[in-house]
Design a protein around this ligand. Structure first.
Ligand code: NAD
Ligand code: DAU
Length: 357
């Protein structure tokens, strides 16, 4: 079996659902259920004996040690993190705690257990750390895309915390021989993404007739990847990746934020036209830019494509339409995650941005 951390979040839950479409190998899912973690994301696994959910913190070494002893996983996949850049600007300490200290303690606990394994079992074990392209910093418009050897230049508290965690993972391989794998992925989109992130926030605001808050000029570029493609890449890295290596994962789909918002609006114009004929794009409102906003990310995926045979399959126009359809058909999920604390965050964040614009 494998141990997954953060399996109730956006990517972790997509990973678990896709895992069980491909295999019957059981998974222990350790998740703290922060504001971003929703057991409802895994409703389809309710009563499924292959999925063992444990509520807890990756920094709780006693709990993690007990889970490792009890379940003896052949691999750990670490999704658990604080993941939203704007929240990291608002309150960076939670990011240092989970992304840096949490990952470090998870490595320590894993290493202490791993070195007691018989040599053959230890050699086959994998610690897969799920990281981000944001650790490489920002690219100029015409600069070459990030390769795995691109210099680390994190610019936000979030990316700095993920960069620190990547360095610890690297050190645990080089110093202690732990068979680690690190992936650095671009922006994901798809079902069950928490509506603090660009795409679901824009879909829900549009449906509510609210302004669509584009930061600054909206010409920042991200490389969008459907979450199911990311999950397929992670399965390939787990199965075939070489210990100690890093793999960049991207969507071959660079787009400005304005183009992404426009694609969402056009999908909604078709799928849920306004009764008065108004276009959703009329709701676009430019607000104050994110402090330190990275201009462009782009991924060179040659390594994973050539060495592991993975490439993205889901084309953006198709993926964005199916994502909009998912949010339209899952209003109960939307209601369940947009609780009081979510509404408070959105009101505080966007009132201050609008005032300052
Ligand atoms: P998310 O915020 O949706 O989910 C994070 C999950 O981790 C939640 O279920 C939360 O409850 C859990 N968690 C948080 N702190 C924890 C702790 N201390 N112990 C145990 N569980 C904890 O995040 P996501 O978008 O699904 O991202 C998952 C991972 O992928 C993160 O490491 C993120 O840095 C990375 N990543 C995300 C993207 C993206 O576009 N979303 C892209 C590249 C990499
Ligand atoms: O690149 C990978 C990263 O992508 C992941 O590591 C992060 O966990 C994930 O959150 C994401 O980070 P971004 O900051 O790129 O994603 P976000 O959805 O917050 O924003 C995408 C772009 O849209 C970014 O340029 C900021 C802009 N934006 C975002 C919001 C929420 C807006 O213009 N308006 C908004 O309201």
């Amino acid at each position: 079996m494998i141990l997954v951390t953060g399996g109730c979040g956006f990517i972790g839950s997509a990973f678990l659902l896709s895992w069980f479409r491909n295999t019957d190998e059981p998974v222990v899912n350790l998740d703290l259920l922060t504001y971003a973690g929703h057991p409802g994301n895994l409703q389809a696994l309710s009563g499924d004996p292959r999925h063992i959910f444990v509520k807890g913190d990756i920094a709780d070494s006693a709990l993690v040690a007990r889970l490792l002893e009890e379940h003896k996983p052949r691999a750990i996949i670490n999704f658990a993190a604080e993941s939203h850049v704007d929240r990291s600007i608002d309150g960076p300490l939670a990011f240092a705690q989970t992304n840096v200290v949490g990952t470090l303690l998870l490595l320590e606990t894993t290493h202490a257990w791993w070195r007691t394994l018989p040599p053959g079992v230890a050699a086959e074990f994998r610690f897969l750390h799920v990281s981000t392209d944001e650790v490489f910093g920002s690219l100029d418009a015409n600069a070459a895309a990030f390769t795995e050897t691109h210099r680390y230049e994190p610019n936000s508290p979030y990316s700095a915390s993920k960069a620190a965690s990547d360095h610890f993972v690297r050190a645990w391989h080089h110093t202690f021989g732990l068979p680690t794998l690190t992936t650095n992925c671009s922006n994901n989109y798809g079902p069950r993404q928490f509506p603090e992130k660009l795409i679901p926030l824009m879909i829900l605001n549009a449906l509510g007739g609210k302004p669509l808050p584009v930061y600054g000029d909206g010409m920042q570029v991200r490389d969008w990847l459907h979450v199911d493609d990311h999950c397929a890449a992670l399965r390939a890295v787990l199965a075939k990746g070489k210990p100690g290596e890093c793999y960049n994962i991207g969507g071959r789909s660079e787009r400005t934020n304005l183009a992404v918002v426009d694609a969402i609006c056009k999908a909604l114009d078709t799928l849920r036209p306004n009764t008065d004929g108004a276009r959703y794009a009329d709701l676009v409102t430019h607000v104050r830019d994110r402090p330190g906003h990275d201009r462009r990310y782009a991924i060179d995926d040659s390594k994973i494509a050539h060495q592991l045979g993975w490439q993205p399959e889901i084309e953006f126009q198709h993926g964005i339409r199916s994502t909009v359809e998912w949010y339209l058909s899952n209003q109960e999920w939307v209601r369940s995650v947009t609780s009081g604390s979510y509404r408070q965050w959105v009101e505080r964040q966007y009132e201050s941005l609008a005032r300052a614009a």
